[in-house]
Design a protein around this ligand. Structure first.
Ligand code: COA
Length: 227
């Protein structure tokens, strides 16, 4: 049966590793994610380069939904985002994403993530980052993954270090009108610190095709004479 996931295989992608599950963000998850997003950090600290988390609570459902709908609308092999809802022991806890441009050429992209505040500091951020990085290297043939965090975000920098990322320079950002140092970091496959549980992946063949991988095999199959 043709479904929304036929149009966008990301919606049916599921990655499971022990208690961690990453699911493509279907419409039914947008409201619960928006609820979690209303409490990610203290009001006097901004971890994100774009301060979307300051959106007033009544506007958060539209903000979160429009962000994900816009990423769906512009999804193509030339530029795509794979954002996942993260479940831990079956409970929705936050979001983990990977975004890239010209992936077929560059074979790399950038991770980003957040957890509802009540789920922070329990090792879940490290687990979900280790899981997505293993997925991107093992199942999508990536050759590097970058990330970045403001200098005063020790939790995010610790997660990156514990996943195997190394320093890759700094950049000065305009953070809410004041200069702030963004630390850039990079992970190569050999440095990945793997999560203690193996990954089980559903829907990856369709997803690979949707980002332009496996086109040669598909063309070869079409050309092959029928037996
Ligand atoms: C960043 C984030 C995803 C990390 O997830 P998490 O589950 O809280 O992180 P973990 O529990 O896996 O690990 C955090 C590590 O940071 C360390 N840490 C946290 N606060 C720290 C501090 N103030 N100083 C030093 N280290 C700190 C912890 O000790 C832990 O390391 P350890 O296990 O070696 O002790 C989560 O905290 C979050 O959503 N923060 C708000 C949004 C955000 O910053 N997103 C990232 C934007 S770049």
């Amino acid at each position: 049966m043709t479904t929304a996931a036929t149009a966008l295989p990301l919606l049916a992608l599921r990655i499971t590793a022990g208690p961690v599950e990453l699911r493509g963000i279907t419409d039914d998850l947008l409201g619960p994610l928006a609820d979690l997003a209303t409490d990610i950090h203290d009001p006097d600290f901004m971890p994100f380069s774009f301060p979307w988390s300051l959106t007033p609570a009544p506007d958060m459902p539209r903000n979160v939904a429009q962000y994900h709908w816009s990423k769906r609308a512009s999804f193509s092999p030339a530029q795509w985002n794979a954002d996942f809802a993260v479940f831990y022991d079956g409970e929705l806890v936050g979001s983990q994403g990977f975004g890239t441009k010209d992936y077929l050429v560059t074979r790399g992209g950038e991770t980003g993530s957040w957890l509802g505040r009540q789920f922070q500091g329990r090792g879940i951020g490290t687990a979900m980052r280790q899981v997505i990085c293993a997925f991107i290297f093992d199942h999508l043939d990536a050759e590097y993954i970058t990330s970045s965090a403001f200098h005063d975000n020790p939790a995010s920098l610790a997660v990156s270090r514990k996943t195997g990322y190394t320093d890759n320079g700094t950049e000065r950002f305009n953070r809410l009108g004041k200069p702030a140092i963004m630390r850039r970091i990079i992970l190569e496959p050999a440095n990945l610190v793997r999560y203690k549980h193996d990954l089980t992946v559903e829907g990856v063949l369709e997803f690979r095709k949707s980002i332009g991988l496996d086109q040669d095999e598909e063309a070869a199959e079409e050309k092959a004479p029928e037996k």
